[in-house]
Design a protein around this ligand. Structure first.
Ligand code: SF4
Ligand code: SF4
Length: 222
């Protein structure tokens, strides 16, 4: 989900790379779960999240769509997000003690918080959101340690590939008057990148690249 705000308003004004130290470490969050409530539809899932969640919970993606996740239109394309529920708008994965019940396979955006991604023409940097996390005594941590995902370079490359692919599709959908085409783009994305299971015995990135290559050819983006 892209936000049209200036970086100066929401960050400490710095951009970070994966090897940089950033004041993001909330040291286990200690009873806080502010970023797991009231998040609306903003905890969007990418294909790796789908692979992690389905493997971690041992369910297929359609089962998750029937309960824990929901679909919403984001910049013209239908994408899945984690559902918030109840009066307190609590994430459906938050347990009674206010802890994440899926911590080992939580979505990439949850791993990132309170960092965000700032995309430029050919890649992205990280930035620290200064108004979102109430913990005042955060300590410094390396970005790549904070996001807690192995093979950082490969992961970042994947994040970029996915971002720019979605951006290209959003442009196609945005420029089209053909409602059926727009609907079919969303159905294709959901089926190809989320609903079709990822094999746990095969590297995620190879599977993603194969799917992306097919999609780029189909939409004339290769
Ligand atoms: S708002 Fe900050 S301290 Fe609270 S749960 Fe989120 S990351 Fe942890
Ligand atoms: S998935 Fe876990 S970390 Fe993410 S919002 Fe829900 S409870 Fe919080």
């Amino acid at each position: 989900m892209r936000r049209e705000v200036s970086l100066e308003e929401i960050s400490d004004g710095k951009l970070y790379r994966s090897n940089d130290l950033v004041k993001a470490d909330c040291r286990g969050c200690e009873g806080c779960h502010a970023c797991c409530t009231g998040m609306g539809q903003s905890i969007l899932l990418d294909p790796m999240d789908a692979a992690r969640l389905t493997a971690g919970l041992a369910v297929d993606f359609d089962t998750l769509l029937g309960g824990k996740l929901e679909l919403n239109v984001v910049d013209g394309i239908v994408l899945p997000n984690v559902r918030m529920e109840g009066e307190g708008e609590r994430c459906v994965f938050l347990d009674r003690d206010g802890r994440c019940s899926i911590h080992p396979y939580r979505p990439g955006l949850c791993r990132l918080f309170p960092l965000g991604r700032y995309y430029e023409e050919d890649g992205f940097s990280y930035f620290l959101q200064i108004h979102e996390c109430p913990k005042k005594d955060r300590t410094k941590v390396k970005v790549k340690k904070w996001i807690d995902t192995p093979q950082t370079a490969q992961y970042e490359n994947y994040i970029c590939r996915w971002h720019f692919f979605l951006k290209a599709l959003e442009e196609i959908a945005g420029n089209s008057q053909d409602e059926e085409l727009v609907r079919n783009i969303s159905l294709y994305v959901l089926k190809t990148f989320y609903r079709t299971p990822y094999h746990q015995m095969e590297d995620f990135y190879s599977q993603f690249e194969r799917r992306l290559h097919g999609a780029e050819k189909l939409f004339g983006l290769a």
